[in-house]
Design a protein around this ligand. Structure first.
Ligand SMILES: NC(=O)C1=CN([C@@H]2O[C@H](COP(=O)(O)OP(=O)(O)OC[C@H]3O[C@@H](n4cnc5c(N)ncnc54)[C@H](O)[C@@H]3O)[C@@H](O)[C@H]2O)C=CC1
Ligand SMILES: CC(=O)CC(=O)O
Length: 261
């Protein structure tokens, strides 16, 4: 399998997109270190289930990615436990929705810390080992909101545009070293992060959940369907393959046509 003997760290992989990407990388033969919050027993079930299903080693580290020292500990733990970090998927992220004049400063700081600064810190700690080994893949999960804006998402849109810029800088600094750095930019994916927004539409407009879902999709995503974590996992595996060796600094949209409009 393509990623046998490679070790992948996927941040925020106890749920949603990160979990889909972790599954896909494990399916391609990589050993995986999971990260993220959640119930300890449920995470252990997830960890053991992935290891059994794909016959790879799967670990877990509960670093809070909004704290730089814990990001260093995550990369250190993966290196000590599995021998290297060959693939880093900077995925953990949160959302806060409010008009800019009402946007609480502590929510701004929290979104920037996790959605942008953690991408820098993870890359900073994982890159030296990748360069030494002459092979590495850094995948930053940005968003359509790394390319275009929407109202009421000041911190998220700023962070995701920052991630796209950081991706290009790291790609230039690593060009020719065997390390690539790319951003994946999804449109709507039905995860807890988006379910909260659907629930808010349903509550505000007093409409049933299926109608709120259709409204959310209809406003932005011409395909009328959610992108899935499995589809994003397929793209992640491609970016880790030899076929993608010359793809670096790209930000790849998978958005049901959102940004084609
Ligand atoms: N759902 C969507 O429509 C889209 C999501 N994205 C991005 O994809 C990434 C993943 O989002 P989803 O899967 O939708 O969200 P999610 O809420 O399903 O998963 C977020 C993950 O991050 C973890 N997490 C949260 N705070 C953390 C912290 N401080 N330290 C470590 N882990 C933490 C959670 O435990 C969970 O595992 C985010 O960066 C998000 O911005 C991008 C485009 C679209
Ligand atoms: C499309 C996304 O990145 C998710 C969001 O804006 O809440």
């Amino acid at each position: 399998m393509a990623l046998t003997q490679k070790v992948a760290v996927v941040t925020g992989s106890t749920s949603g997109i990160g979990l889909g990407i972790a599954r896909a990388l494990a399916g391609a033969g990589a050993d995986v270190v999971l990260n993220g919050f959640g119930d300890a027993a449920a995470i252990e079930e997830l960890r053991a289930g992935l290891a059994a299903e794909f016959g790879v080693r799967v670990g877990y580290h509960g670093a809070d990615l909004s704290k730089p020292a814990e990001i260093a500990a995550l990369i250190g733990h993966a290196t000590e436990t599995f021998g290297s970090v060959d693939v880093l998927v900077n995925n953990a992220g949160i959302q806060h929705v409010a008009p800019v004049e009402d946007f609480p400063a502590d929510r701004w700081d929290a979104v920037i810390a996790l959605n942008l600064s953690a991408v820098f810190h993870g890359t900073h700690h994982a890159l030296p080992g990748m360069k030494r080994r002459g092979w590495g893949r850094i995948l930053n999960i940005a968003s359509v909101h790394g390319h275009v804006a929407s109202v009421n998402k000041a911190a998220y849109v700023a962070a995701k545009h920052g991630v796209v810029g950081l991706t290009k800088t790291v790609a230039l600094e690593t060009a020719g070293t065997g390390v690539t750095c790319n951003a994946i930019c999804p449109g709507w994916v039905l995860t807890p992060l988006v379910q909260k927004q659907i629930d808010a539409i349903a509550a505000t407009k007093n409409i049933p959940e299926p109608q709120a879902k259709a409204e959310l999709l209809g406003a932005k995503q011409p395909s009328g369907a959610f992108v899935t974590p499995d589809e994003l996992g397929g793209l992640a595996v491609f970016l880790c393959s030899d076929s993608a060796a010359q793809m670096t600094g790209a930000s790849l949209l998978m958005d049901g046509g959102w940004t084609a409009q």
